[in-house]
Design a protein around this ligand. Structure first.
Ligand SMILES: Nc1ncnc2c1ncn2[C@@H]1O[C@H](COP(=O)(O)OP(=O)(O)OP(=O)(O)O)[C@@H](O)[C@H]1O
Length: 311
């Protein structure tokens, strides 16, 4: 197996406090890795260590098979990144910003700049000064800058933050294109789980500086369970009908106000609705659902919290 990026027991301590502890991540070539965690979990610190902006207290980073050292200039050229908000020369145009960056990186190639602007859909805006750009355009320009030097690995810290739904969709399509057509591996941090669910191949969940889990999306999908969710006028009464009239055991009343989830899908929805109504329970909504990444993630985070509380 060839990896684009691996970290081995990466640890960072600030003033005696471990903000990242023992993080071992494995990002395969060409894949999209969703790096998920709540605010303050340590995502940016991990990414700064990966890009050599911060020195690890302990542990190692391996980029494209090479161990990172303070003088790893060559391998770092094969990696593009946006950590925190990308900063540009505001008075210069998109193209001028990219030209300066490529020259600085020792990689000047007009075609690569054209292609990067085209890929992020800024070809028509390339003569505008950056100060006239929207947040979404700036994010896309940041990505154009990161890919103009043809990297094999991209590190993107919360690229979706603050974007509207259209901006998010554009970036999602771009990430898929970069990974699937250009074979670039992407490490993308986010706390917007729904977005990662749609594009990630692997998900790593970090909380309190610790990597709680690293798992292929396929495995999470395999764990998903379908259920019927209904909102009844009376949760307790609905439970009584489900247990006694329909002989169901695998269901849960989520809220006393009447939100019920039924995991046993053998009885048709129509029969369930009928039994409830005949027994004086009205049903406001009825739908078939499945556990999303959001619920999986919340389960992990909450599991952590209750462990901590019981310690
Ligand atoms: N230079 C520093 N000195 C001291 N503490 C720091 C420093 N940088 C980060 N921290 C702390 O490390 C923890 C992790 O921060 P980090 O920015 O890595 O989290 P994050 O997951 O990226 O969160 P966010 O999404 O809010 O940026 C936080 O408690 C933060 O206050």
């Amino acid at each position: 197996m060839t990896y684009a990026l691996r970290t081995h027991r990466l640890t960072k301590t600030y003033k005696g406090k471990e903000v990242v502890y023992d993080v071992s991540m494995n990002l395969k070539k060409g894949e999209i890795y969703g790096f998920l965690g709540p605010n303050g979990a340590g995502k940016t610190t991990v990414m700064k260590m990966i890009t050599n902006l911060v020195k690890p207290t302990a542990g190692e980073v391996e980029v494209l098979g090479e161990k990172l050292t303070p003088s790893s200039y060559e391998v770092l050229k094969r990696m593009g990144s946006i950590i925190e908000n990308p900063i540009f020369y505001e008075k210069l145009t998109a193209r001028e910003n990219l030209e300066l960056h490529c020259e600085y990186m020792g990689f000047y190639n007009k075609n690569a700049i054209d292609e990067a602007l085209r890929l992020v859909n800024l070809k028509n805006a390339d003569r505008k000064p950056v100060k006239e750009f929207s947040l979404g355009m700036k994010q896309r320009l940041g990505i154009a800058r990161a890919i103009a030097t043809k990297p094999e690995l991209l590190i993107l810290d919360e690229p979706i933050n603050g974007l509207d739904p259209v901006g998010i969709r554009e970036l999602r399509d771009l990430f898929l294109l970069l990974s699937r057509q250009y074979g670039i591996a992407l490490l993308i941090s986010s706390h917007i789980l729904g977005e990662m669910e749609q594009i990630a191949d692997t998900v790593g969940v970090i909380r309190d500086g610790r990597l709680l889990e690293e798992v292929p999306m396929e495995t999470i999908r395999g764990r998903q369970t379908d259920y019927i969710e209904l909102r009844a006028s009376d949760g307790a009464k609905a439970a009584f009908v489900l247990a006694n009239e329909l002989k169901l055991t695998n269901f849960r009343v989520m809220e006393e106000s009447g939100l019920v989830r039924i995991y046993d899908l053998r009885i048709p929805q129509r029969d369930i609705a009928q039994a409830l109504i005949l027994n004086g329970v009205s049903v406001d909504s009825f739908s078939r659902k499945s556990h999303s990444l959001e619920e999986y993630f919340m389960g992990l985070i909450k599991g952590g919290e209750s462990d901590a509380a019981s310690r």
